[in-house]
Design a protein. Structure first.
Length: 238
Protein backbone atom coordinates (compact mmCIF):
# COMPACT_ATOMS: atom_id res chain seq x y z
CA UNK A 1 0.00 0.00 0.00
CA UNK A 2 1.38 3.39 -1.00
CA UNK A 3 1.87 6.27 1.44
CA UNK A 4 -0.99 8.15 -0.25
CA UNK A 5 -3.32 5.16 0.21
CA UNK A 6 -2.35 4.87 3.88
CA UNK A 7 -3.14 8.56 4.47
CA UNK A 8 -6.50 8.17 2.70
CA UNK A 9 -7.36 5.11 4.81
CA UNK A 10 -6.27 6.89 8.00
CA UNK A 11 -8.66 9.75 7.23
CA UNK A 12 -11.45 7.31 6.34
CA UNK A 13 -11.15 5.55 9.70
CA UNK A 14 -11.38 8.90 11.48
CA UNK A 15 -14.38 10.07 9.45
CA UNK A 16 -16.23 6.75 9.74
CA UNK A 17 -15.84 6.55 13.51
CA UNK A 18 -16.57 10.23 14.03
CA UNK A 19 -19.75 9.93 11.96
CA UNK A 20 -20.81 6.83 13.91
CA UNK A 21 -20.37 8.73 17.18
CA UNK A 22 -22.16 11.85 15.96
CA UNK A 23 -25.03 9.77 14.54
CA UNK A 24 -25.49 7.97 17.87
CA UNK A 25 -24.32 4.53 16.74
CA UNK A 26 -21.80 4.77 19.57
CA UNK A 27 -23.00 6.69 22.62
CA UNK A 28 -21.10 8.28 25.49
CA UNK A 29 -19.51 5.52 27.56
CA UNK A 30 -19.60 2.91 24.77
CA UNK A 31 -16.49 1.02 23.74
CA UNK A 32 -15.36 1.31 20.15
CA UNK A 33 -14.29 -1.88 18.36
CA UNK A 34 -10.85 -3.05 19.45
CA UNK A 35 -7.72 -2.22 17.47
CA UNK A 36 -7.60 -5.78 16.16
CA UNK A 37 -11.23 -5.60 15.02
CA UNK A 38 -10.63 -2.29 13.27
CA UNK A 39 -7.49 -3.68 11.60
CA UNK A 40 -9.56 -6.53 10.16
CA UNK A 41 -12.44 -4.25 9.15
CA UNK A 42 -10.17 -1.86 7.25
CA UNK A 43 -7.55 -4.40 6.22
CA UNK A 44 -4.77 -2.22 7.58
CA UNK A 45 -2.04 -2.13 10.22
CA UNK A 46 -2.32 -1.32 13.92
CA UNK A 47 -0.11 1.72 13.35
CA UNK A 48 -2.74 3.28 11.07
CA UNK A 49 -5.58 2.43 13.47
CA UNK A 50 -3.69 3.77 16.48
CA UNK A 51 -2.96 7.04 14.69
CA UNK A 52 -6.64 7.40 13.80
CA UNK A 53 -7.75 6.68 17.37
CA UNK A 54 -5.19 9.16 18.71
CA UNK A 55 -6.62 11.80 16.38
CA UNK A 56 -10.15 11.09 17.66
CA UNK A 57 -8.87 11.36 21.23
CA UNK A 58 -7.28 14.73 20.45
CA UNK A 59 -10.60 15.90 18.98
CA UNK A 60 -12.35 14.93 22.21
CA UNK A 61 -14.46 12.11 20.77
CA UNK A 62 -12.90 9.28 22.75
CA UNK A 63 -10.80 8.53 25.81
CA UNK A 64 -8.22 5.78 25.45
CA UNK A 65 -7.71 3.66 28.55
CA UNK A 66 -4.99 1.03 28.83
CA UNK A 67 -6.50 -2.41 29.24
CA UNK A 68 -10.02 -1.27 28.32
CA UNK A 69 -9.84 0.30 24.89
CA UNK A 70 -11.35 3.42 23.34
CA UNK A 71 -14.34 4.84 25.23
CA UNK A 72 -16.68 7.37 23.62
CA UNK A 73 -16.65 10.67 25.50
CA UNK A 74 -18.88 13.71 25.23
CA UNK A 75 -17.04 15.75 22.58
CA UNK A 76 -17.01 19.48 22.27
CA UNK A 77 -18.64 20.92 19.19
CA UNK A 78 -16.47 21.41 16.14
CA UNK A 79 -16.56 24.83 14.49
CA UNK A 80 -15.65 24.88 10.82
CA UNK A 81 -14.54 28.49 10.68
CA UNK A 82 -11.21 27.70 9.06
CA UNK A 83 -12.67 26.43 5.78
CA UNK A 84 -13.78 28.51 2.81
CA UNK A 85 -17.20 26.81 2.82
CA UNK A 86 -18.57 28.95 5.64
CA UNK A 87 -19.60 28.46 9.27
CA UNK A 88 -22.98 26.95 8.43
CA UNK A 89 -21.42 24.22 6.31
CA UNK A 90 -18.71 23.58 8.92
CA UNK A 91 -21.10 23.16 11.84
CA UNK A 92 -23.47 20.95 9.86
CA UNK A 93 -26.34 19.40 11.79
CA UNK A 94 -25.69 21.20 15.05
CA UNK A 95 -28.26 23.73 16.19
CA UNK A 96 -26.88 26.93 14.70
CA UNK A 97 -28.83 30.17 14.93
CA UNK A 98 -27.87 33.64 13.79
CA UNK A 99 -28.82 37.02 15.23
CA UNK A 100 -28.33 40.05 13.01
CA UNK A 101 -26.91 42.84 15.15
CA UNK A 102 -26.39 45.30 12.30
CA UNK A 103 -28.51 44.86 9.17
CA UNK A 104 -26.68 45.21 5.84
CA UNK A 105 -25.92 48.85 5.09
CA UNK A 106 -23.99 50.51 2.27
CA UNK A 107 -21.08 52.63 3.50
CA UNK A 108 -17.51 53.74 2.88
CA UNK A 109 -14.70 51.44 3.92
CA UNK A 110 -13.34 52.16 7.43
CA UNK A 111 -10.26 54.38 7.37
CA UNK A 112 -8.26 51.82 9.39
CA UNK A 113 -9.54 48.74 7.53
CA UNK A 114 -7.75 45.50 8.39
CA UNK A 115 -6.87 44.56 4.78
CA UNK A 116 -5.49 46.70 1.98
CA UNK A 117 -8.16 47.47 -0.63
CA UNK A 118 -7.61 48.59 -4.20
CA UNK A 119 -8.78 51.83 -5.82
CA UNK A 120 -11.83 50.21 -7.42
CA UNK A 121 -13.03 48.81 -4.09
CA UNK A 122 -12.42 52.12 -2.39
CA UNK A 123 -14.49 53.92 -5.02
CA UNK A 124 -17.43 51.49 -4.87
CA UNK A 125 -17.63 51.28 -1.08
CA UNK A 126 -18.86 48.26 0.81
CA UNK A 127 -21.88 46.57 2.35
CA UNK A 128 -21.42 46.08 6.08
CA UNK A 129 -23.33 43.93 8.56
CA UNK A 130 -22.63 42.11 11.82
CA UNK A 131 -23.90 38.80 13.17
CA UNK A 132 -23.82 36.80 16.39
CA UNK A 133 -23.88 33.02 15.91
CA UNK A 134 -25.21 30.64 18.57
CA UNK A 135 -24.99 26.88 19.04
CA UNK A 136 -27.78 25.52 21.24
CA UNK A 137 -28.49 29.11 22.32
CA UNK A 138 -24.91 29.68 23.49
CA UNK A 139 -23.13 32.59 21.72
CA UNK A 140 -19.93 31.30 20.16
CA UNK A 141 -19.07 33.57 17.25
CA UNK A 142 -19.30 37.30 16.61
CA UNK A 143 -18.64 38.36 13.02
CA UNK A 144 -18.34 41.69 11.23
CA UNK A 145 -18.58 41.34 7.44
CA UNK A 146 -17.73 43.72 4.60
CA UNK A 147 -18.57 42.92 0.96
CA UNK A 148 -17.49 44.97 -2.04
CA UNK A 149 -20.56 46.90 -3.21
CA UNK A 150 -20.49 45.69 -6.82
CA UNK A 151 -23.12 43.63 -8.72
CA UNK A 152 -25.17 42.98 -5.58
CA UNK A 153 -28.52 44.74 -6.21
CA UNK A 154 -30.96 44.76 -3.30
CA UNK A 155 -28.50 42.90 -1.08
CA UNK A 156 -29.19 45.35 1.76
CA UNK A 157 -32.80 44.16 1.80
CA UNK A 158 -31.93 40.45 2.07
CA UNK A 159 -32.88 38.64 5.25
CA UNK A 160 -29.73 37.08 6.75
CA UNK A 161 -31.41 35.79 9.91
CA UNK A 162 -30.53 32.09 10.32
CA UNK A 163 -29.39 31.87 6.70
CA UNK A 164 -26.06 31.08 5.06
CA UNK A 165 -24.41 34.13 3.51
CA UNK A 166 -22.67 31.97 0.92
CA UNK A 167 -25.93 30.33 -0.16
CA UNK A 168 -27.59 33.73 -0.56
CA UNK A 169 -24.71 34.99 -2.68
CA UNK A 170 -24.83 31.89 -4.88
CA UNK A 171 -28.62 31.74 -5.20
CA UNK A 172 -29.30 35.40 -5.98
CA UNK A 173 -26.02 36.63 -7.50
CA UNK A 174 -24.18 33.55 -8.78
CA UNK A 175 -21.25 34.53 -6.57
CA UNK A 176 -19.10 31.75 -5.08
CA UNK A 177 -15.91 31.79 -3.02
CA UNK A 178 -12.86 30.55 -4.91
CA UNK A 179 -9.94 31.18 -2.55
CA UNK A 180 -8.88 33.35 0.34
CA UNK A 181 -6.45 34.53 2.95
CA UNK A 182 -6.91 34.47 6.71
CA UNK A 183 -4.94 35.64 9.72
CA UNK A 184 -5.53 34.12 13.16
CA UNK A 185 -4.60 35.25 16.67
CA UNK A 186 -5.35 34.16 20.22
CA UNK A 187 -6.33 37.31 22.12
CA UNK A 188 -8.01 38.40 25.34
CA UNK A 189 -11.60 39.52 24.89
CA UNK A 190 -12.32 43.19 25.54
CA UNK A 191 -15.51 44.39 27.27
CA UNK A 192 -17.55 44.52 24.09
CA UNK A 193 -16.61 41.02 22.88
CA UNK A 194 -16.98 39.62 26.40
CA UNK A 195 -20.52 40.96 26.60
CA UNK A 196 -21.46 39.62 23.16
CA UNK A 197 -20.07 36.13 23.81
CA UNK A 198 -21.19 36.10 27.46
CA UNK A 199 -17.72 35.42 28.82
CA UNK A 200 -15.51 37.08 31.40
CA UNK A 201 -13.41 40.06 30.43
CA UNK A 202 -9.93 38.95 29.32
CA UNK A 203 -11.19 35.44 28.56
CA UNK A 204 -9.08 34.08 25.65
CA UNK A 205 -10.80 34.01 22.26
CA UNK A 206 -9.76 33.24 18.70
CA UNK A 207 -9.66 36.30 16.46
CA UNK A 208 -9.64 35.78 12.70
CA UNK A 209 -9.41 38.34 9.90
CA UNK A 210 -10.16 36.96 6.45
CA UNK A 211 -10.36 38.05 2.83
CA UNK A 212 -12.21 35.83 0.36
CA UNK A 213 -11.98 36.12 -3.41
CA UNK A 214 -15.00 35.07 -5.49
CA UNK A 215 -15.70 34.05 -9.08
CA UNK A 216 -16.62 37.71 -9.65
CA UNK A 217 -13.19 39.35 -9.63
CA UNK A 218 -14.69 42.63 -8.40
CA UNK A 219 -16.46 41.14 -5.38
CA UNK A 220 -14.49 40.28 -2.27
CA UNK A 221 -15.74 39.29 1.17
CA UNK A 222 -13.91 40.49 4.26
CA UNK A 223 -14.68 39.51 7.83
CA UNK A 224 -13.42 39.95 11.35
CA UNK A 225 -14.45 37.08 13.62
CA UNK A 226 -14.21 36.50 17.35
CA UNK A 227 -14.76 32.90 18.49
CA UNK A 228 -15.23 31.47 21.99
CA UNK A 229 -13.68 28.00 22.01
CA UNK A 230 -14.39 27.21 25.66
CA UNK A 231 -17.01 24.62 24.65
CA UNK A 232 -15.91 24.22 21.04
CA UNK A 233 -12.81 23.42 19.04
CA UNK A 234 -11.83 24.53 15.55
CA UNK A 235 -12.47 21.74 13.11
CA UNK A 236 -11.88 21.34 9.40
CA UNK A 237 -10.86 18.57 7.02
CA UNK A 238 -7.94 19.15 4.64
Amino acid sequence: MSKKEVIHLYKKVIEDLRAAIEDGEYKTGDLLPSENELCRSYDTTRVTIRQALSALANMGYIIRKHGKGSIVSQPKSGLGILSLSGVTAGIGTQKLTTSILQKPVKQDWPADFFFAIDDSESKNGCIFFSRLRHIDETPVLYEETYITNVDLPRFSSRNLENRSLFKILKEFYNVEVTDGEQKIWAIHADKNISALLNIKTSHPVVHMKRRLQTNNKDVRIYSSLFCNTEENFLRDTF
